[in-house]
Design a protein around this ligand. Structure first.
Ligand code: ZN
Ligand code: MN
Length: 461
């Protein structure tokens, strides 16, 4: 397997009410070509005016990602001909981007960012048999493009990065993160040791990114293995065919004839705007994950899951603050409680009630099974949580005499498994344990019960 080098260019739509350079609305799903004006249709003589809200959200995105914000950035024209670009150029930031640097420290490795800049979206092409339709509603929507260094090395890391990026920017309130609506689209650059890089354009689902990357890595590998060269090309992912197809030979900076945009002033940021844009930024999920590992000695797997969702992470920390053990709290939240929460309701259970439950289980007063049952009942009716925690019916039976009676009854009731066990079929013990557990109504201390059951079976030999 050859070393793989991957770089990403991610386009994220900013959550604004109006477009980047005009006042047209940004609502998704409006009838085609109803949210347009001379500016976003690219009519001659129309002039762009920068949307302040978009600039602020772009700065907020840069701050969330730990980029260096350039207090002065500039707009440029990127020229190319394509039906979705009526002006013949896209307004972007080439020479001096809004921000540079930054990194995401992920469980799968550090992903360094090269730059983050503001640019306008192009119109949407809708391909029909025999015709291509154009919807200009998308033309001029505000985007930030986030460019990573070519430092990613696996499909898994790319997935981890995109999931974190989307979550972080969503939590920061920068984007709605709706992939199906094209709020996050990705261009992927990939090369293998010894080959040129190819670019796959416009992937709008994480699954598409993973599939296209896998396909492209295998394609390049087999070309190189046969001693063939890989030309630098731009390709597109054909979802139905499950392959990447060449679009054109790769355009380089020179091909786009970048030039300064004469109709827009440089974007100069005041300290005030910077402070306002960064106000109340939540802790980003990748930073939270790292902190959870450090502070609570959690393994990466648990910390990653907990840090995905703000509410979940807050609940975890509240439980720990009430004296819950971090690992037990994490397992409760990610296991039985997450299962209950799938119903969509939040939990009205207080951290101290959850800690109460964890304690009972920890000290062996209730079994893991009983704890799950109690949780389900507490969850269904939080008002009764306190009495459920006190209820005797869930307490684990650790009384040896009582357990012995249960074991003897299970043995008496199950002649077949007993005979099987005595004939050397170890697996029959499982059904005896099940029977005994059932007789105890799930309350028997399992390890003690097993010990006693084995002893009683031993007496029969
Ligand atoms: Zn417009
Ligand atoms: Mn771009």
């Amino acid at each position: 397997m050859k070393a793989v080098t991957i770089g990403l260019e991610v386009h994220v739509q900013l959550r604004t009410g109006s477009k980047l350079f005009c006042s047209c609305p940004t609502d998704f799903g409006a009838p085609p070509n109803t949210q347009v004006c001379p500016v976003c249709l690219g009519l001659p003589g129309s002039l762009p005016v920068l949307n302040k809200e978009a600039a602020e959200l772009a700065v907020r995105a840069a701050l969330a990602l730990g980029c260096r914000v350039n207090l002065r950035s500039e707009f440029d024209r990127k020229h190319y001909f394509y039906p979705d670009l009526a002006k013949g150029f896209q307004i972007t930031q080439e020479r001096q981007p809004l921000a540079s640097g930054g990194a995401l420290e992920l469980a799968t490795g550090r992903v360094a960012l090269a730059r983050l800049h503001i640019e306008e979206d192009a119109a949407k092409l809708i391909h029909r048999p025999g015709a291509t339709l154009i919807d200009y509603n998308r033309s001029g929507l505000p985007l930030v493009e986030i460019v990573t260094e070519p430092c990613l090395s696996s499909v898994e890391q790319v997935g981890d990065f995109l999931a974190n990026l989307r979550r972080g920017l969503e939590q920061a309130g920068v984007t709605d993160g709706k992939l199906a609506e094209g709020s996050l689209r990705c261009d992927v650059n990939v090369s293998l040791a010894g080959g040129e890089r190819t670019e796959i354009k416009n992937l709008n689902s994480f699954r598409g990114v993973a599939q296209a990357l896998k396909y492209e890595i295998e394609r390049q590998e087999s070309l190189l293995d046969r001693g063939e060269k890989i030309p630098a090309t731009t390709r597109r992912w054909h979802e139905e065919r499950g392959e990447t197809l060449p679009m054109r030979s790769k355009m380089t900076g020179g091909d786009y004839c970048f030039c300064p945009e004469p109709d827009l002033l440089p974007l100069v940021l005041s300290q005030d705007l910077l402070a306002k844009a960064g106000a109340g930024l939540p802790e980003m999920p990748w930073l939270k994950r790292a902190r959870f590992c450090r502070q609570y000695s959690l393994p990466d797997s648990l910390a990653s899951l907990l840090s995905c969702e703000q509410e979940l992470a807050a609940c975890f920390e509240a439980i720990v603050a009430e004296g819950g053990k971090p690992r037990a709290a994490a397992k409760l939240l990610l296991g039985p409680l997450s299962y209950l929460r799938k119903g969509g309701r939040g939990t009205a259970l207080s951290p101290s009630q959850l800690v109460g439950l964890l304690r009972l289980e920890e000290e062996g007063s209730v079994s893991a099974t009983a704890a799950k049952e109690m949780l389900a009942r507490m969850y269904a009716n939080p008002g009764t949580a306190a009495s459920i925690l006190r209820a005797k019916e869930y307490r684990q039976i650790s009384d040896r005499q009582l357990l012995r009676e249960i074991a003897l009854k299970a043995i008496a009731d199950s002649p077949e498994p007993v005979a099987d066990y005595l004939a050397g079929k170890e697996r029959a013990l499982g059904s005896l344990m099940g029977k005994a557990m059932e007789l105890s109504r799930g309350q028997a201390n399992p390890s003690l019960l097993k010990e006693i059951l084995l002893a009683e079976l031993g007496n029969k030999i």
